[in-house]
Design a protein around this ligand. Structure first.
Ligand code: NAP
Length: 345
């Protein structure tokens, strides 16, 4: 049994929006918690994160690979090392991408969302999650049904709060209206956001960006892929390392590593060096510069990567001059995988 660091809850800054408090940096378990990674390595990383003050672990029914594997790993920890600490943790999960074959294995029907949550709880070995998300908008299911299923999850006690992920600014505004009609409180939005992927700043049809819609509704914003899956580091400056996500044939497509994108990464790396930071630290401080971002979800694969990312919280805020210099290279690099997959962006 692991004895967590007694100072963990004062180690990191917290941000609170609506009724939920998050650590400024949270840990996501999308890619590095599947069968290809030894459980001991996964355990070391998660327990280290908890020791360092990260009390938010972000999952989905499809994380692993294969789907479900990451929840099983966290389940082993929640029923083992972390058994006495369940109530300290925000454990979140989602449904919407393919969890099992057939039309009910993905998207946002009531049947799919209910079955998926029950399966997630079984794998996690707990009776509730802290946030249950609709992982993507479903164009063929009415929002009243998708959000109604989230309301059922809260009413049944299987979710403490609910949210949406990768819904556009307009769709989020619509979802907030439908939620109000059915008496549901939406608490969190989880969008992608990084120096190379800035869609949440762009105005939607009513002139408001997703950040503004969330701010107006006091919806927490938990930003994912802040390092653009690792592109915002020095990892790809001299080719594709064999142990990298791009080499593993997963969701980081090597064709995104264009000379143009890498030129921006090199320039950002140089700006990071000039301000006494590393590129990942610059990228994380940049996402967190906006107080409307409640937490940033990092997907570290190693303890060293996680420690480097957490060091961003010890850096001074970026100055106006540093932000202005970064701006020229903080450009959309065509890496928003979730745009087309979420069917809504
Ligand atoms: P990320 O932090 O942008 O990328 C993580 C990857 O970057 C790592 O696997 C590692 O790549 C590399 N990395 C991390 N720290 C590094 C460092 N200090 N130096 C060098 N390389 C570093 O985040 P992400 O994994 O794409 O996403 C984070 C979390 O967001 C996910 O786990 C998940 O919880 C959530 N998410 C949600 C959605 C959604 O649709 N809602 C979608 C995607 C992600 P290597 O493995 O190559 O070393």
């Amino acid at each position: 049994m692991h004895a967590p660091d007694p100072h963990r809850h004062t180690a990191l800054p917290h941000r609170r929006v609506g009724g939920l408090t998050f650590p400024a940096i949270s840990l996501g378990l999308w890619q590095n918690f599947g069968h290809a990674t030894a459980f001991d390595d996964q355990r070391r990383l998660v327990l280290h994160a908890v020791d360092r003050g990260i009390f938010h672990l972000d999952l989905a029914n499809n994380y692993g690979p294969p789907p479900g594997a990451a929840e099983e790993s966290v389940g082993r920890l929640l029923t083992g090392d972390l058994r006495a600490h369940r109530d300290e943790l925000l454990v979140t999960t989602k449904a919407g991408y393919r969890g099992w074959p057939g039309p009910y294995g993905e998207f946002g029907s009531r049947k799919s969302l209910r079955a998926s949550l029950d399966a997630s709880l079984r794998r996690l070995g707990v009776d509730h999650v802290d946030v249950y998300y609709s992982h993507r908008f479903d164009p063929s299911t009415p929002l009243t049904e998708t959000l109604g299923a989230l309301a059922d999850a809260v009413r049944s006690g299987k979710a403490r709060a609910v949210g949406i992920s990768s819904y556009s600014a307009a769709r989020t505004a619509q979802a907030l209206q439908v939620a109000a009609q059915i008496g549901l409180t939406l608490s969190v939005h989880q969008p992608s956001y990084s120096l190379l992927n800035r869609w949440i700043e762009q105005p939607g049809p009513d002139g408001r960006s997703l950040l503004e819609v969330c701010d107006d509704a006091q919806l927490a914003v938990v930003a994912f892929s802040p390092l653009a899956q690792g592109i915002l580091s020095r990892r790809y400056l001299d080719g594709v390392p064999a142990d990298s996500r791009a080499a593993r044939g997963g969701p980081l497509r090597p064709e995104w590593l264009t000379p143009q994108a890498l030129a921006h990464v090199r320039a950002l790396d140089e700006l990071a060096r000039q301000s006494g930071r590393t590129l990942p630290r610059l990228a994380l401080s940049w996402v967190l510069r906006d107080p409307r971002v409640t937490s940033v979800l990092v997907g570290a694969r190693t303890v060293d990567q996680l420690d480097e990312n957490l060091a961003a919280l010890d850096d001074p805020p970026l100055t106006a001059a540093e932000l202005a210099a970064v701006e020229a290279h903080a450009v959309d690099a065509g890496i928003n995988l979730w745009g087309s997959r979420s069917s809504d962006l």
